[in-house]
Design a protein around this ligand. Structure first.
Ligand code: AFP
Length: 365
């Protein structure tokens, strides 16, 4: 390995990006670099795993702890959340934070100056996979703080974070897999960086990523099939029918149960991911969270030429109503997501549409 590398570091990339905004203060870049440092710290903890005693459930000895989602927190969930806060709260770039692991918005401690941005994050997505050594990740979304927050420096409230995804100024994720990667959009396409473990630097290895418009790969948790709505059943049925059906081509299926890892696969080679609204628990219109899962991944998909949707409407147009709001999420190769949206607009007549599969359909009611 030569030490001379013609690859840009993340810092270099951000400074070159900033040249597009001569009046920019640099706070934004500094915030992204603090987030990247947090992800490096989390990558290290994830890589050490049992050696660092960070596996298993948080506070297991005291009966464990449950987050606002009602999920048992992993030790690494809580540690990752702490690392995100510690690395980003001090520099004066943030007015406040919100996280999957915290019920309420986090106020910047009084000893630190407050800034113009808000960050919303899922510190460790896919954490139910951590004990079985499957790829996990951190997902983040950066918004501008409302004007009155910036001017008054007041404490942030939930309403300050309820901004449609289209208002994000940046979004990204870190993937802790065979390599540690950071995938980032600042609204000018999507770029991927690989952590050089020797230099401890994120190096630009995947510039200007773009998602193929078509695919033959879909991802959905089929164990929920009996709760799916007809348009989703129709779409999956047709994929499973493959060459013998109306799609005239075979499809493959994947399910990792770490949405960040699915998003990365789709960014690399196309595909469509569905965690649709279903009838499993009608109090929850979906499993994934709008502010720190669907919106950031949605911005990345759209910036890479893919599409992100609720199944019916573009994800980034949704007006949030709650910090931990759940939503049906469909994203990936543009033509497939548009097809799923079309099926939601068309009258439900699965039986007639696919008589061949009426008898043998895997997903009959
Ligand atoms: P955890 O972070 O609790 O493991 O949840 C992961 C996730 O939010 C998302 O990453 C997966 O796509 C989805 O849940 C997996 O859900 P199922 O367990 O229902 O397959």
């Amino acid at each position: 390995m030569t030490l001379r590398s013609n690859r840009s570091t993340l810092t270099q990339f951000l400074i070159e990006e900033r040249r597009r905004f001569p009046s920019a203060s640099g706070d934004f870049n500094a915030l992204i670099l603090d987030v990247a440092l947090a992800c490096k710290g989390i990558a290290r903890a994830v890589a050490y795993g049992e050696l660092a005693g960070v596996m298993g459930n948080h506070a297991a000895a005291d009966g464990g702890s449950v987050n606002v989602q009602g999920e048992t927190q992993k030790t690494l969930d809580v540690l990752s959340n702490d690392v995100f806060m510690q690395r980003t709260e001090w520099a004066g770039n943030l007015a406040g934070m919100a996280s999957e692991e915290m019920d309420l918005p986090y106020q910047i401690p009084a000893q630190y100056p407050r800034g113009n941005y808000l960050i919303v994050f899922d510190p460790l997505d896919g954490s139910s996979n951590i004990d079985v050594n499957v790829s996990v990740g951190s997902i983040f979304s950066i918004l501008r703080a409302p004007k009155d927050v910036m001017e008054s420096g007041r404490d942030v409230v939930e309403a300050d974070f309820l901004q449609p995804g289209a208002q994000q100024v940046a979004a990204g994720y870190a993937l802790y897999g065979p390599t540690t990667m950071l995938v980032l959009t600042v609204g000018d396409g999507v770029n991927g960086f690989t952590l050089d473990p020797n230099l401890g630097e994120f190096m630009l290895t995947h510039p200007k990523l773009s998602i193929p418009e078509d695919t033959h790969e879909f991802a959905i948790n089929a164990s929920n099939a009996r709760f799916w709505e007809a348009p989703v059943k129709r779409y999956v049925d047709e994929c499973l029918a493959g060459k013998t059906g109306t799609r005239g081509k075979d499809f493959n299926m994947r399910w990792i149960a770490s949405m960040v890892a699915e998003a990365h696969r789709i960014l690399m080679r196309g595909g469509v991911f569905m965690y649709p609204r279903d009838t499993k628990d009608t109090s929850k219109p979906g499993r994934l969270r709008l502010l720190y899962e669907a919106n950031p991944v949605g911005m990345i998909m759209e910036q890479a030429g893919g599409r992100a949707s609720t199944g019916e409407i573009p994800m980034l147009t949704v007006q949030p109503t709650g910090l931990h709001q759940r939503i049906g999420f469909v994203f990936g190769s543009k033509n497939e997501v548009e097809r799923i949206e079309r099926y939601h607009r068309e009258p439900v007549n699965v039986e007639l549409a696919n008589p061949l599969f009426a008898e043998r359909s895997l997903f009959r009611d």
